[in-house]
Design a binder for this molecule. Structure first.
Ligand code: CU
Length: 493
């Protein structure tokens, strides 16, 4: 609707007035006149209120932070300064990648402006960079979304100006050839164009952006990895991640809220190829702005699609405490390629909403036995050092053990025993080896508490078992030490 009005042969001023008069696109209860903006606006005509006044520098934030809501009741002249840096960074534990970035981070900074703001955009390409870059903002009405005006060689700056005609949440990305490669290397971010009345207030806002990486080595292969064009063409990423790295929003870096608070996630998808089935395990989105549009068009949604080069805004109230996982529900991406983030919610339990486990017993139908999962991989050509074994073990742990024993080794009370400070495990290395080789079931007492969860036999190689146990011995304050493949071999007999 906005676009049609704007593109009719009205004067720009007239178009801006119409845009400002349009119905409140975010469905919030506030009206134009009840807005809490500056009182100097009183007595101004609508045309005057829609005209930009003043000038300010945009506040840019790194993910997952979002700039504060705008409190202006009028459009202004906003200056955005963004630079491009090509730099090595962490893609996963022990894995590095040469990222091409806006502002030195993946995703690039979050930009927040108001509808009808006049945005003066400066793009600088750091002199140490090797490639030219530009920017296509999906919020721009104009050729290339700004790309044709922002082609910038290393050591140069360019500048263009656009009026933010349409409210919504938009992706920006580099569009220099080969476009796919610039995006695959990390060049994307989000820009929010707030409607004139702003967004309804919430307690927490976060910036989460999914994307894929295509590396010459497979998932978890250590060292500095380079871009693999063949995998990108086949759309077979090794990594699918939130905010630019495996674990960027996990453990101490998790998102946080307190029980009873409302959370708004600005979710983007840089692609370059995959569509995200964005889901928060154990939560339901109360509201979704599908595809990042200006209207909340759905309520009570479990999973929302976020297209490559698209976005969504989801809002929900957190009613119970705990750890909630953000995933791409194309679920191998979550548990095997990195598309997993955490939201921790603090506060008191509410058993009327969620009881926690109320009963647990043994169920062994006919043929019930420890299940075996996954197949062994080939042993490495040479013996690993302890440091290498621990690093490799960390990756094996993440894929095979962390779901039950947790990334922090704390386990889950009543079900899966801790591996951190475990008297059972640390008393004898053979116990860990036996548990991985053959699984475990029945009651197990660890640190004076009883556990009844079933552990499957993991079909890992001697080398992998030695690595993951060495990782456990050297993590979370455990005593240290090493398990050798030979020791595993002896336990197989
Ligand atoms: Cu680029």
């Amino acid at each position: 609707m906005h676009a049609k009005l704007i593109r009719s042969p009205l004067s720009l001023a007239g178009a801006l007035v119409l845009a400002a008069l349009a119905f409140n696109p975010w469905g919030c209860g506030r009206t134009q006149d009840a807005d809490s903006g500056d009182r100097a606006d009183w007595g101004l005509s609508l045309a005057e209120r829609a005209a930009p006044r003043g000038e300010e520098a945009a506040i840019l934030t790194r993910a997952p932070q979002v700039p504060p809501p705008l409190t202006r009741s009028h459009p202004t002249h906003v200056v955005v300064k963004l630079d491009v840096r090509e730099q090595v960074g962490r893609l996963a534990e022990g894995v590095e990648y040469t990222f091409w970035t806006f502002g030195g981070s993946v995703p690039g900074p979050f930009i927040r402006v108001r509808q009808n703001d006049v945005v003066e955009f400066h793009l600088s390409n750091h002199p140490d960079n090797k490639m030219p870059h530009n920017i296509d903002l999906h919020a721009v009405t104009g050729p290339g979304g700004g790309a044709t005006s922002s082609f910038t060689a290393p050591g140069k700056s360019t500048q263009f100006t656009f009026t933010a005609l349409n409210a919504g949440l938009f992706v920006y990305h580099c569009a220099t050839a080969p476009v796919g490669m610039h995006i695959a290397n990390g060049m994307y971010g989000l820009i929010l164009i707030e409607p004139p009345d702003g967004l309804p207030p919430v307690d927490r806002e976060y910036y989460v952006m999914q994307s894929e990486f295509y590396t010459v080595g497979g998932y978890g292969e250590s060292g500095l990895q380079s871009f693999d064009m063949g995998k990108a063409l086949r759309e077979e990423p090794d990594y699918v991640v939130f905010n630019g790295a495996v674990g960027a929003l996990a453990d101490t870096r998790a998102l946080h809220a307190e029980r009873g608070e409302t959370v708004r996630l600005f979710v983007g998808n840089g692609g370059p190829n995959l569509i995200s089935s964005f889901h928060v395990i154990g939560e339901i989105f109360d509201l979704v702005h599908g595809e990042g549009g200006s209207e909340a068009n759905q309520r009570n949604v479990q999973t929302t699609l976020v297209p490559a080069g698209g976005a969504a805004i989801v809002e929900f109230k957190v009613d119970v405490p705990g750890t909630f996982l953000l995933v791409d529900h194309s679920i191998f991406r979550a548990f095997n390629k990195g598309a997993l983030a955490m939201l921790t919610v603090g506060g008191e339990e509410d058993a009327t909403i969620y009881s926690g486990q109320q009963a647990e017993g043994i169920y062994l139908p006919e043929g019930g036995a420890v299940q075996a999962i996954a197949g062994p991989r080939a042993a490495p050509a040479r013996a690993l050092s302890l440091a290498e074994r621990v690093a490799a073990g960390g990756r094996i742990y993440e894929q095979n053990c962390a779901a039950c024993h947790q990334l922090t080794g704390q386990g889950i009370p009543g079900a899966f025993p801790p591996l951190a400070g475990s008297d059972y495990l640390l008393a004898d290395k053979k116990r860990g080896i036996q548990a991985i080789l053959h699984g475990l079931q029945g009651e197990l007492v660890v640190n004076g508490r009883t556990y009844t969860g079933v552990m499957p036999a993991l079909q890992l190689s001697d080398e992998e078992i030695a690595s993951v146990l060495s990782y456990v011995l050297n993590s979370w304050g455990n005593q240290g030490g090493s398990v050798e493949p030979q020791q595993v071999r002896e336990q197989r007999r």
